[in-house]
Ligand binder design. Structure first.
Ligand SMILES: Cc1ncc(COP(=O)(O)O)c(C=O)c1O
Length: 406
């Protein structure tokens, strides 16, 4: 008979070892299976908030204004955490050509109310790994000078199942003393279908006991630390199966293959001479790229036209301070073969030729017969921004009316 709690704990142990948790031979790891990285991040954030509050209470200091320092490239779940659990999000701005959190600037922003600094191993926008080691070293220094003990959380939603296999020497995990918790998505490079993530803590001391609930009505003492109670067990079984079936070697082979195919795609796109690559070779196997010249056509048109060939390649703008940069992103998973990578390059080339033969939408002017007026047709980017602005205004107006959370 399957015991899901046991299987979950085994997965937690395997992943904690993969992340170099400092565990003795007879010690079990501390962690939990979650509904994706988002829930894992909520739980890790709550643990940091509670630990910080307890410390401030003991010191007799105010504990009502916690903040968290991240890069402006964080995934939306961090914004959700901040808003739902009333923690100020202090974002390090991005700049053109540098699309991840600058550790020096992050540490400058840390103050006594900072519950943790969140670093990303595999930015959603371009797959780049942030420099967690430098962040750790700078923060160790700042903690020494100030007497604070600001910790680090690593959001390894994508990179957690990449770095241990492709870059085992890279120090980003529990080998760094200030890294107290890590999340990873099982449904990304953990190779499971949607709905599973993992939150892993360095030691038992890093997860305040008061956040753990104990129930016994299912026949034994079961500690629970999740936002909801019941959930499907199929993802845990699938994760356990993959870890056991593939093992370290199996995952490494798959990740190496993904990385090679990403390079085939990257080289093919570079050879066209039309694109700037904004992803890094050292990171999540994905290719993010921008048009070198977007004066006639833009990335949104390419994305739209690729759909006709059966490709869904999103185009998006970078966050504030780099929002004038638009990128297309292709994430390479295990089922994206070398042949598919080559075909995608050919299809993109075909589209670029087609675009050359049609009028530019970016600067197109349409004369209307009736009024002889000149109407400038909006770019897809301008349309998207207008829609976003209209939504923001509507939400703001609604908030003013209701003065509450809806
Ligand atoms: C860096 C990062 N963090 C968190 C998340 C949220 O992960 P999940 O979809 O597993 O909840 C994502 C998802 O894209 C991500 O890229």
């Amino acid at each position: 008979m399957l015991n899901i709690v046991l299987e979950q704990n085994r997965c937690v142990n395997m992943i904690a070892h993969l992340f170099n948790a400092p565990l003795g031979d007879d010690e079990t790891a501390v962690g939990v299976g979650t509904v994706g990285s988002s829930e894992a991040i909520m739980l890790a954030g709550l643990a940091f908030k509670r630990k910080w509050q307890n410390k401030m209470k003991q010191l007799g200091k105010p504990h009502d204004k916690p903040n968290i320092v991240t890069g402006a490239n964080v995934q939306v779940c961090w914004e959700k955490f901040a808003r739902y659990f009333e923690v100020e999000l202090k974002e390090v701005k991005l700049t053109e050509g540098y699309y991840v959190m600058d550790p020096d600037k992050a540490v400058e922003m840390v103050d006594e109310n900072t519950i943790c600094v969140a670093a990303i191993l595999g930015s959603t926008l371009n797959g780049e790994f942030e420099d967690v080691k430098r962040l750790n070293n700078l923060l160790v220094e700042k903690n020494k000078q100030t007497g604070w003990d600001t910790p680090i959380h690593v959001d390894a939603a994508s990179g957690g199942f990449i770095a241990p296999f492709l870059y085992p020497e890279l120090e980003w995990d529990f080998r760094l003393p200030l890294v107290k918790s890590i999340n990873v998505s099982g449904h990304k490079y953990g190779l499971v279908y949607a709905g599973i993530g993992w939150a892993i803590w360095r030691t038992k001391d890093d997860l305040p006991d008061e956040l753990i609930f104990h129930i016994n009505y299912l026949g034994s003492d079961q500690p629970t630390f999740t936002l909801n109670f019941s959930k499907g067990s199929s993802q845990i079984i699938a994760q356990y199966y993959q870890l056991i079936r593939l093992g370290y070697e199996g995952y490494r082979n798959i990740m190496e293959n993904c990385q090679e195919n990403a390079m085939v795609l990257k080289d093919g796109l570079e050879k066209t001479g039309l694109f700037t690559i904004v992803s890094k070779d050292h990171g999540v196997p994905l290719v993010a790229f921008s048009l070198k010249d977007s004066s006639r056509h833009n990335e949104f048109e390419i994305s739209e036209m690729l759909r006709r060939y059966g490709w869904i390649v999103p185009a998006y703008t970078m966050p504030p301070d780099a929002q004038h940069i638009t990128v297309l992103r292709v994430v390479i998973r295990e089922d994206f073969s070398r042949t598919l990578a080559e075909r995608l390059v050919l299809d993109i080339e075909k589209i670029m030729h087609e675009l050359d033969t049609i009028p530019s939408r970016v600067t197109e002017k349409i004369a209307t017969d009736e009024e002889h007026a000149v109407v400038v047709k909006k770019t897809a980017l301008e349309v998207q921004r207008e829609i976003t602005d209209a939504w923001k205004k509507m939400v703001a107006d609604h908030k003013k009316k209701t003065k509450g959370v809806c």
